[in-house]
Write a protein that binds this ligand. Structure first.
Ligand SMILES: [Cu+2]
Length: 131
């Protein structure tokens, strides 16, 4: 049955190509959600694993503009879409009602400062831990 044999080979080859394509695909990011309100981060402490790919999802539910200011944390991570940050790459500016995603991979374990540059005086501060 040469034809069936050929067909079987063909499907085996397609299956191998499919597996290879899956292995090479970008992994799905782990999602971390932070809601900003007047004047708090919820949650205010975030934990990441180093060398893991994340989608940091930010939403501003407040009536004021807020910033997710974490200069050292951002500097020690690989950021896939740096355009979502300010030009200095120190923070993400969030207008009321805005939703933004930062796709990043933290690399350096440690504890990092998180604050809203506008409202840290008002207690809008938090922290980031990379394990
Ligand atoms: Cu703020």
């Amino acid at each position: 049955m040469p034809q069936a044999y050929t067909l079987g080979r063909f499907f085996a080859l397609m299956a191998m190509l499919f597996v290879a394509a899956q292995a090479g695909a970008t992994p799905q990011p782990v999602e971390v959600d932070v809601i900003m309100v007047d004047y708090q981060f919820k949650p205010d402490h975030l934990t990441f694993q180093h060398n893991v790919y994340y989608r940091l999802h930010l939403e501003n539910h407040g009536k004021e503009t807020h910033e997710f200011t974490a200069p050292v944390f951002f500097a020690t991570a690989d950021i896939d879409n740096p355009g979502v940050l300010n030009p200095d790459h120190t923070e993400v500016l969030m207008q009321p009602g805005e939703k933004k995603d930062v796709f990043l991979t933290p690399h350096k374990p440690g504890t990092y400062d998180l604050r809203c540059a506008d409202h840290d005086w008002y207690g809008m501060v938090g922290g980031i831990t990379v394990k």
